[in-house]
Design a protein around this ligand. Structure first.
Ligand SMILES: NC(=O)c1ccc[n+]([C@@H]2O[C@H](COP(=O)([O-])OP(=O)(O)OC[C@H]3O[C@@H](n4cnc5c(N)ncnc54)[C@H](O)[C@@H]3O)[C@@H](O)[C@H]2O)c1
Length: 439
């Protein structure tokens, strides 16, 4: 990583390319347009609202993150992407039903101007959807090349300086890394021979990295979690991150669980259930896609609670997750948690959480932050897995020999310390002893 004087400035325009222009993507884009026009505030976005403490507490240096690190400004962002339906962003946002039509109508000309490009799609990977707006090609390599051309044309047509790609497409069915995913050569050969184990999201990621475009994975798909893509990202010096935006229930889980562990309170069971009725809910109703989501969601508690280190507190705790498709709720999900804990002398207690959340409202600011931070990472010369962005993901990517960090507060410290490190500021340990008399 380079230090502050070497970070390239955020000059010119930054293109944000989004495979999957559904609820999350339209809520993100419409939101940025609304903020630009001062119609609303970017609540939930660390890059726009967050501050960072620098130096000693007595120095009172607490700039906004956006004034501390050189991030692209909202006015510099240009949006584009792909979908399997031809709806423009206005139509897609109305269909998603997340934002009020009154707000969308105020942004209508700009939203209508954002039209998807034809998608790379394979119904074996998303069984509940039937794509109508999709690319044709003899091989997966042909499709990758078409995506690369899309990226190049989008860049020249819009006179962009840089690009990032954020996957906001549907959740693909669960697959494990296979032989074709192990090396760049095997993967490229698989693209040429139409290997069925190469999913559409991997083709987008490959195209992005071949075009030196940073790639973040907002869904629980395997996508960039494979050695071939990671090797390619390192070879081409492109940042990658993932996976699965940490919103709703898992966000709450990674807020509560570290607190229980901090107080050495035990856990015997955590039952989580959800009802949601958007298109994401419909896709997740299919067992293969649900499995991807389930695996991504299950890891958090195991890693935070460390049953091996604390067997008296967490050995054999029961963790169950359910997602139920319930159309009347649309995007306004309801997530219940029943948490069976125990305290002093093993006495049982219960915590009940009923989170009436809005999935895309929670996800949209994460898309913005990831786009800006991934672009910053690229300009700072960082490449490969961006572990410091674990804060944003349910299932954070880490180097092979590491376990992921799920505790939201450790993730935030990691993120902020990375920003301090990038800018040549002292890292903050929270030791605090220096404020008191010492012998
Ligand atoms: N909303 C959240 O809180 C949240 C949190 C974590 C992860 N996610 C993930 O983000 C993704 C998007 O969620 P959403 O609520 O916007 O879903 P959505 O169904 O509204 O949008 C997904 C879009 O992707 C399109 N699509 C599917 N396959 C595609 C392909 N191969 N190429 C291009 N487009 C494709 C679909 O047509 C759809 O428009 C999902 O995978 C979801 O699991 C969402």
């Amino acid at each position: 990583m380079r230090k502050s004087d070497k970070i390239q400035p955020a000059n010119g325009k930054l293109g944000i390319l989004i495979p999957g222009m559904g609820a999350v993507a339209t809520t993100f884009v419409a939101g940025v347009l609304a903020v630009r026009q001062s119609l609303a505030k970017p609540i939930g976005s660390l890059t726009q609202m967050g501050t960072i403490r620098l130096g000693k507490r007595t120095e009172k240096r607490i700039p906004h993150i956006k004034d501390f690190v050189p991030l692209a400004h909202l006015d510099q962002l240009i949006f584009g992407g792909w979908d399997i339906f031809p709806d423009n962003m206005y139509e897609a946002a109305v269909h998603a039903g997340v934002l009020e039509k009154k707000l969308l109508d105020q942004l209508k000309p700009e939203l209508e101007a954002i039209k998807p490009m034809t998608a790379v799609f394979d119904a074996n990977y998303v069984k509940r959807l039937n794509g109508v707006f999709i690319k044709q090609g003899h091989t997966k390599m042909d499709l990758a090349e078409q995506l690369r051309k899309d990226i190049q044309s989008f860049k020249t047509d819009n006179q962009l300086d840089r690009l990032v790609m954020i996957w906001c497409g549907s959740t693909e069915v669960y697959i494990k890394a296979a032989a074709v995913h192990q090396t760049i050569d095997a993967f490229e050969n698989g693209l040429k021979t139409n290997d069925p184990e190469i999913s559409p999201s991997m083709i987008y990621a490959y195209a992005a990295i071949m075009e030196y475009v940073p790639f973040a994975n907002g869904a629980p798909n395997l996508t960039v979690d494979i050695p071939a893509i990671q090797e390619l990202a390192e070879k081409n010096r492109v940042p990658i991150s993932g996976k699965d935006f940490k919103t709703g229930q898992t966000l709450i889980k990674t807020i509560i669980a570290p607190g229980l562990k901090a107080r050495m309170l035990g856990l015997s069971g955590w039952f989580s259930t959800n009802i949601l009725g958007n298109r994401d809910g419909e896709v997740l109703d299919e067992p293969g896609s649900f499995k991807s989501k389930e695996v991504s969601k299950l890891g958090a508690l195991e890693y935070i609670l460390q049953p091996d280190v604390y067997p008296d507190l967490y050995k054999d705790f029961y963790h169950k997750i359910r997602i139920n498709y319930y159309p009347p709720r649309g995007d306004a999900k309801e997530a219940w948690d029943n948490i069976d804990i125990f305290g002093w002398l093993g006495y049982p207690m219960q915590i009940k959480v009923d989170f009436l959340c809005r999935d895309s409202i929670l996800a949209a600011p994460l898309v913005l932050d990831l786009a800006l931070f991934m672009d910053l990472a690229a300009r700072a010369g960082m490449f490969g897995i961006q572990e410091w962005l674990s804060f944003y993901f349910k299932s954070p990517m880490v180097a092979k020999e590491l376990y992921p960090e799920h505790d939201l507060f450790i993730q935030l410290k990691k993120l902020k310390n990375t920003l301090r490190y990038m800018m040549g500021e002292e890292l903050i340990t929270h030791l605090g002893i220096e404020y008191y008399p010492q012998d």
